[in-house]
Ligand binder design. Structure first.
Ligand code: HAM
Length: 428
């Protein structure tokens, strides 16, 4: 069969009905766990001023420099961007709506699509979904640990198995500049042996070199200075507290000195939470987050310490499928309504509405005229109880209730249809 002319854009997918229960399961787990911790849901626009990402995520990050869909809107002066992530938008909303005046911290969660112009491959899409949560206005290390615990809780709900946290501190404005210089000097001494991207990054954003996936760079970086040895007292104390909370929560973690994450707004804690045994099924990181105490200031707000997490829904679903997670399917109809003749057809619409209000799910097949084909459809759908309304019944305000399995049938009044159906559903 030849390919239809029009396809969804590369790296962007339709979420077909059969996959919806998986998205629903992830959204429901996120909603349940975030709500328990008193997070409130927020939706921000898909389009934002590109500047919030230039300033917040960083001009020299891959996400902004290479992957952001940015364009000048028709007739407009501003450059808009399809949001590549959620945190900068939420901080923008926090400042815009004056959330500083609310009791702090403000806890917000979200679920929605994001866009990055990456090279499409397994687990890497140009439109993908994330759930995420942000705690704004809180500097205590407990917030960092609570977010990690929330991610673990969501993964537990989705039966993803044991998880492991990779965690690091990338310091703050007091200690990171000196470390960056130190790292830069080290990278300069190795320059010719680094991959092309890292040769450039060494100058523009040396921290980013630390999470390069090139084998040669990984080998060279084994001798690189580590941020953890350069942390100031405040950052060291903060990391120690986060780790103590994780120990208290019995959440397993490994300190990963090479974890820097691909967004420039982070300070102090950065982490990724992964299933411990993801193995072959792993398609890149499942989730990540960290502290971003300077982001609000970068976006023109005040001094608002904050931290957050986000999980990649498609990658999580791939793992749910690999682990045979069975999402709850939408409820199936319990009753089939068959009608013969124009009057019965008209009457059916009101009956269906009545049943919907009584929460009885019903199937029908209005496009088929013969009773035989309608009953055939009920059979296919595996529905035992059928309501039949013919011309005579429609005129007399009656209906026939038939049990397809036993063949037993009775005449009922249309006005008592809900009561009679409930009785019959109870009996079989
Ligand atoms: P991120 O690590 O860039 O963090 O993205 C979070 C998750 O989104 C990743 O762990 C991954 O599962 C998923 N993801 C990212 N890119 C793709 C892609 N191209 N295709 C499929 N899945 C993808 C953030 O976005 C931060 N905003 C997280 C955060 C919240 N930090 C603080 N608060």
């Amino acid at each position: 069969m030849s390919k239809p002319k029009f396809q969804s854009p590369a790296g962007m997918h339709d979420i077909l009905p059969e996959d919806q229960p998986y998205y629903d399961a992830v959204a429901a787990a996120a909603k349940e766990v975030f709500s328990f911790y008193d997070f409130k849901k927020i939706d921000t626009p898909i389009l934002e001023s590109a500047e919030i990402f230039y300033k917040g995520v960083g001009q020299c990050t891959d996400i902004v420099e290479k992957e952001m869909y940015a364009f000048r809107a028709r007739g407009g002066k501003d450059i808009l961007a399809l949001r590549p992530e959620g945190t900068a938008s939420i901080v923008r909303a926090y400042i815009q709506h004056g959330f500083q005046s609310l009791p702090q911290p403000v806890k917000l969660w979200y679920f929605g699509p994001f866009f990055r112009h990456e090279r499409p491959q397994a687990g890497r899409f140009r439109q993908f979904w994330q759930f995420g949560g942000e705690i704004l206005g809180e500097k205590d290390a407990l917030a960092d640990a609570q977010l990690i615990s929330i991610l673990c809780g969501i993964f537990e709900e989705l039966k993803l198995g044991n998880v492991i946290v990779r965690i690091n501190s990338i310091g703050d404005d007091a200690c990171r500049p000196a470390y960056k210089k130190w790292l830069y000097r080290f990278l300069k001494s190795k320059k010719l042996s680094l991959c092309k991207d890292c040769q450039k990054r060494a100058k523009t954003n040396p921290l980013r070199v630390l999470d390069c996936k090139n084998e040669k760079c990984i080998e060279l970086l084994k001798e690189a200075p580590q941020m953890i040895d350069s942390l100031c007292e405040d950052c060291r104390g903060h990391l120690k507290e986060v780790l103590e909370y994780l120990e208290e929560l019995k959440i397993p973690y490994v300190l990963d000195p090479f974890l820097v994450r691909g967004l420039d707004y982070y300070s102090k804690t950065v982490f990724e939470v992964e299933p411990a045994d993801a193995g072959e099924e792993r398609q890149g990181s499942l989730s990540g987050g960290g502290r971003y105490d300077n982001l609000a200031k970068m976006l023109g707000g005040g001094n608002i310490p904050a931290c957050g997490v986000a999980g990649g829904v498609e990658r999580i679903i791939a793992l749910m499928k690999a682990k045979n997670f069975k999402p709850r399917q939408p409820s199936t109809p319990q009753i089939f309504l068959a009608q013969i003749g124009p009057l019965a057809k008209k009457r059916s619409l009101a009956i269906i509405d009545e049943l919907r209000k009584a929460n009885i799910k019903i199937a029908e097949s209005f496009s088929k005229d013969s009773l035989k084909s309608q009953l055939g459809r009920a059979n296919k759908l595996n529905i035992q109880n059928v309501i039949i309304i013919g011309q005579k019944e429609a005129l007399q305000g009656l209906a026939i209730l038939r049990n397809m399995e036993t063949g037993k049938q009775s005449e009922i009044k249309q006005e008592e249809i809900v009561k009679e159906i409930k009785k019959s559903l109870k009996e079989n």
